[in-house]
Design a protein around this ligand. Sequence first.
Ligand SMILES: Cc1cc2nc3c(=O)[nH]c(=O)nc-3n(C[C@H](O)[C@H](O)[C@H](O)COP(=O)(O)OP(=O)(O)OC[C@H]3O[C@@H](n4cnc5c(N)ncnc54)[C@H](O)[C@@H]3O)c2cc1C
Length: 318
Amino acid sequence: MKVVEHIRKAEGKTLFSIEILPPLKGKSMQEIYQAIDPLLEFNPSFIDVTYHREEYVYKKRADGLLEKKSVKKRPGTVGICAAIMNKYGIDAVPHIICGGFTREETENALIDLSFLGIDNVLVLRGDSIKSEGNFVPEPGGNAYALDLLQQVVSMNHGQYLDEDLQDVAPTGFCIGVAGYPEKHFEAPNMRSDLKYLKAKVDAGADYIVTQMFYDNKKYFEFVEACRAADIKVPIIPGIKVMTTKKQLTVLPSIFHIDIPDELEDEMSKVEGNDKAKEVGIEWCIRQCKELKAAGVPVIHFYTMGNSDTCKRVVSKVF
Ligand SMILES: Cc1cc2nc3c(=O)[nH]c(=O)nc-3n(C[C@H](O)[C@H](O)[C@H](O)COP(=O)(O)OP(=O)(O)OC[C@H]3O[C@@H](n4cnc5c(N)ncnc54)[C@H](O)[C@@H]3O)c2cc1C
């Protein structure tokens, strides 16, 4: 079922969903089941599975020289989605990205997803390869999430890349896109970022999932700014439990977000990660209770494989 259908059927009740990432190459599917099983009792409406593009690593050769290799460390997004739907009967939402794909490859991947009975995709540009600095699209690939979204919308209208195809079956994807309550780091300002977010919605995005945030005010202001810009689709808050003191600096550097003074103070006061985790869980419970009271459509948890902390929060909120 489509994410927007889940929301419609809930009739104003806040739903619960999670995001997981594929295990490192060579690890087993059990990791995924172990991350999902403890959360089943809370009836996740859908499960997102992230997509991870290739990275470059340098391997030392026998002659001592370094060899540059392209490695995909976390493959398996499509297989995991199929396994989730098969085993649990829960809707899986694969993330699809521009980076590393030609439009032809994207089309073929979307055909696979459609044949698997997947009803939703979260459409993203993807980040740059670490060594490249700026994001570089694949030759013949999509440059922005908007371009990728337009490709999915075209397929939903039965328009494939080869215009000569006859009697084509349209796909029926419900399309999610990313939004940033604290602005995407490359955008010159919020106004510009919202302009492109609106372009994604106008082109056919059905819902928005936000980057994580630790200050609900940022989310509420973002929703207000979106509504003022005539963006009317559901805006699903993305939430991550802070579990270590190190994340006070790591999360801002990776995700370009601010940590509220009060959370920083509370985290800094305690000794050791066990206590820091308790602070993070309590903070997250407060955040989620307020979001739920405000009637958000879904609370979407970035579990990152850590279902224990997510379970502790969800059991207090749902
Ligand atoms: C909920 C969520 C899930 C994610 N999942 C993944 C994942 O699974 N895999 C992964 O690799 N990454 C993932 N990301 C990270 C995401 O790929 C990065 O944040 C990326 O840098 C931007 O992606 P986007 O889809 O927001 O890009 P876009 O919407 O394309 O925006 C990128 C930047 O370009 C600007 N922009 C947009 N359109 C235009 C235009 N036409 N002209 C000029 N500027 C423009 C925007 O303002 C923004 O600054 C996720 C992010 C979120 C919030």
